[in-house]
Write a protein that binds this ligand. Sequence first.
Ligand SMILES: [Zn+2]
Length: 356
Amino acid sequence: MANPLTPDVLVDPVELTRTLVDIESVSRQEQAIADNVEEVLRLASHLSVDRLGNTVMARTNLGRGQRVVLAGHLDTVPINDNFPSTVVDDLIYGCGTSDMKSGVALALHLAATLPDPRYDLTFLFYEAEEIDSKYNGLRLVAESRPEWLLADFAVLLEPTYGVVEAGCQGTLRALVRTTGRRAHTARAWRGVNAIHAAGDVLRRLSDYRARTVTIDGCTYREGLNAVKIHGGVAGNVVPDECVIEVNMRFAPDRTEKQALEHVHEVFEGYEVELTDSAPGAMPGLSAAPAREFLTAVGAEPAAKLGWTDVARFAALGIPALNYGPGDPLLAHAPDEHVEIGKIRDGATTLHRWLAS
Ligand SMILES: [Zn+2]
């Protein structure tokens, strides 16, 4: 089949968004879209192109002093009666319009039409962001092609509705265990009730005052919450164990280790077992390309509260942020759509920043 990403389409980020949306690319089915993207990137003489699975990388090698990454995932969540795209007034409806083919369209448009940018540019169009992280294309690149990620600054074009969202919070989950001694409830005085002991753990949680931390103008609100509780043996047994699962969301000025130490402090006297954690990412807005980016956007950054792939760059010491035309509240929704004006604004802004 002919590649729908024609030169006419590549010069218009709105047409390009629609065309990308109309190439079906549910996670693990990104081969067709990756083939099309790779093919048009290879036609651009100012780019060198490489591929890992269904992740396509293209970069300039112009000898500029600094390098910037523009990245976006090619996959979408499963189609939900919203394929192919439709246009109603100023809105493009369809699976992936917001999350994040409008963002991918901006990166691909710039890759194809900006042969002489002021920084060296690396474009990453990666697979499998919407599913288990073991498939995540950016994770696979970080593992086996880390040199593709080397840069001074990275922008992920995830939906932010044109707002700059910098850094992200870390997350950890742990099990807090209370113990007791089993006994028949008819002779309960011979036992120690572990579920009753959980009351103190829950009180510490409800009394907990979460920090609010401002870094580089971005305000992060931490949280520590019980998310599950499990205990009990039978209807006539004093239970000897109760397990409370807690989830802490922590500002990026704490490392995973420090966050865990903090959880140990909160639950001093109890057994705490870490189940999983992921680091946060500092906003890193003091790097020169980041400051110039903020000037071009002309807006104050906001904190990203959830965990995103931005943290994968932060783990490599590369400041990164999210900036994209889609509306994050519409991501994964059956009526997912993107405003055509936001796509045009995003293209104009990125062009202003990157043109020399
Ligand atoms: Zn996304």
